[in-house]
Design a protein around this ligand. Structure first.
Ligand SMILES: NC(=O)C1=CN([C@@H]2O[C@H](COP(=O)(O)OP(=O)(O)OC[C@H]3O[C@@H](n4cnc5c(N)ncnc54)[C@H](OP(=O)(O)O)[C@@H]3O)[C@@H](O)[C@H]2O)C=CC1
Ligand SMILES: O=C(O)C1=N[C@H](C(=O)O)C[C@H](O)C1
Length: 487
């Protein structure tokens, strides 16, 4: 059984420089070279599949490597013979262009020379079926990028150099071009201890290079916002790291988020997990949607591992959060509100307060916020907006914000019943001392998609900052909006 474990493409500057295809290969029983195996000998053919090994095929841009280096199937064969049928990781180097040019016509690869990222998601492996004559070998697309694909039979990859196909029932391997090349991958341990303990294979942990695709890790993917962000991120072309840290019970089975498997880890393992993702996913951005009690320690942990983060969780000690994040020299976006239009309203109130301080002196302010019954804290958004009203002259303490959490009151105030489990209704009412003038501001949100989209915007904003190597700073969503980074 051939099993594609991962396909990752990476780039340096504008050139795609690397593609890693990690596949499981059958290890042959010592029957001699596969080409000697007769097609009619079914038992021998079955022996081909006795064990499974890993083959690491990396394609590098030869413009950087001048010499084309290639370890072909023959080398695999030789290694198998040498190593008595043991696992043989093999490295293969050749140009991306060459790889693309040699792909079978009907294997679609979306390749843009000038793009900074190459998406292999469009590799249509099912089309490879037509290039296989060997029913015994099947290719299972199990990588994140490919998991939507059906299992297919056979694998032809760059026919001039690597070919898995059958002629008269056996396997034919191209001649070894550079017999002396040793495998970088073969010198590596196959699985890192932390990764093995955690139980899900992280990109690059199989001996290949760390991934340079755009990854985010979300805590807690099992929470409502965590899941919404994960789905929005996948929709935006980001990858989800296969771990999440939770505060509650740890399910045995990994979560399946639109096909991406995410292992849930208890918070006692957070150091182990963060150390692993830090090493494996360069440029990874953390996203936090947990609980108010976890805000400070989580942010401090992300800073400890130098992981840029988006803190969407409300509550906690905000003063301590900002002071710590600012002094840590890390990139972060911290905001209790991610919804673009609400952020714009928040920004407008800030501008008004700055331009017209005290304009509402003497007025009375009433603030009411309604959220799903299990929201633990007072709306962080309301607290933020109240700060502007205070500057406008309103005498109001944060603990005067009225919280509505019971369904009857929520229905009475107009929350649709289907959104009782996920809504955020805010009302700010300002009345003049003689009750002759009233201002009422409302922002009523049902569901969570507005925040999930905004969170992805914040992630992309941070990724850009990191890529540009701009100053390490703590931003808020008004900064993201100001930069035109909200879709
Ligand atoms: N910035 C914004 O725009 C928005 C912010 N929010 C805020 O996001 C936060 C989460 O909201 P929501 O997703 O609805 O809440 P949920 O209760 O659905 O999710 C919170 C998750 O965090 C987990 N958790 C608890 N403690 C920890 C910990 N120490 N480390 C990691 N995970 C932990 C919980 O696990 P368990 O339940 O098992 O304990 C739960 O799965 C809230 O503070 C909310 O106000 C929400 C919407 C928008
Ligand atoms: O818990 C929520 O749901 C929300 N929390 C944020 C907050 O506390 O302001 C944002 C929005 O209100 C939804």
């Amino acid at each position: 059984m051939f099993k594609i474990n991962s396909i990752n493409a990476s780039s340096r500057k504008t050139q795609v420089t690397q593609i890693h295809i990690v596949i499981d290969l059958p290890v042959f029983s010592p029957l001699g070279p596969p080409s000697q195996i007769s097609g009619s000998n079914i038992r021998q053919k079955q022996n081909l599949r006795r064990q499974v090994s890993h083959c690491h095929i990396s394609m590098h841009n030869i413009r950087e490597k001048r010499k084309v280096q290639c370890v072909t199937g023959s080398a695999l064969m030789r290694n198998w013979n040498l190593q008595g049928g043991k696992q043989v990781p093999t490295l293969c180097l050749f140009s991306v262009r060459e790889f693309i040019e040699n792909l079978p016509q009907d294997l679609k690869v979306d390749f843009h020379e000038d793009s900074t990222r190459m998406s292999l998601q469009s590799v249509t492996l099912t089309s490879l079926v037509s290039h296989s004559h060997l029913g015994l070998i099947s290719l299972n697309s199990s990588s994140t990028a490919l998991q939507q694909q059906q299992p297919v039979k056979g694998f032809v990859c760059c026919p001039r150099r690597i070919s898995f196909s059958s002629a008269a029932g056996g396997l034919e391997w191209p001649q070894l071009k550079q017999p002396g090349i040793s495998s970088r991958a073969s010198r590596r341990p196959n699985r890192n201890v932390a990764e093995r303990n955690l139980g899900i294979r992280a990109a690059g942990m199989d001996g290949s290079e760390p991934s340079s695709e755009k990854y985010i890790m979300i805590n807690d993917c099992n929470g409502r916002m965590g899941r919404a962000v994960a789905e929005a991120a996948i929709g935006a072309g980001l990858k989800i790291a296969p771990y999440t840290i939770t505060g509650g019970p740890v399910p045995e089975e990994p979560l399946d988020i639109l096909g991406s498997k995410v292992k849930v880890c208890g918070k006692e393992r957070r150091d182990e997990v963060l150390d692993l993702v830090r090493k494996q996913y360069s440029g990874l951005v953390m996203v936090d949607y947990t609980v108010p009690d976890a805000v400070n320690e989580n942010a401090e942990l992300y800073c400890k591992y130098n992981l840029p983060f988006v803190m969407g969780t409300s509550g906690g000690d905000r003063e301590r959060l900002l002071t710590f994040a600012r002094s840590s020299g890390n990139y972060a976006v911290i905001a209790p509100q991610m919804g673009k239009q609400v952020v714009a309203f928040q920004a407008a109130m800030e501008i008004m307060a700055k331009e017209f301080p005290g304009a509402f002196s003497g007025y009375k302010l009433e603030v009411t916020e309604s959220h799903q019954s299990n929201k633990l804290d007072t709306s962080g958004t309301a607290k933020e907006i109240v700060k502007s009203f205070q500057k406008l002259g309103l005498d109001f303490n944060l603990d005067q914000i009225g919280m509505v959490r019971d369904a009857d009151s929520q229905i009475a105030m107009g929350v649709p019943s289907e959104h009782l489990g996920g809504h955020a209704f805010h009302t700010y009412r300002l009345t003049s001392p003689d009750n002759t003038v009233e201002f009422k501001f409302e922002h009523n949100v049902c569901g969570r998609s507005i925040y999930a989209q905004g969170t992805v915007d914040a992630v992309l904003f941070l990724m850009k900052k990191i890529e540009e190597k701009s100053e390490k700073k703590v931003f808020n969503m008004i900064d993201v909006l100001h930069e035109g980074a909200m879709r």
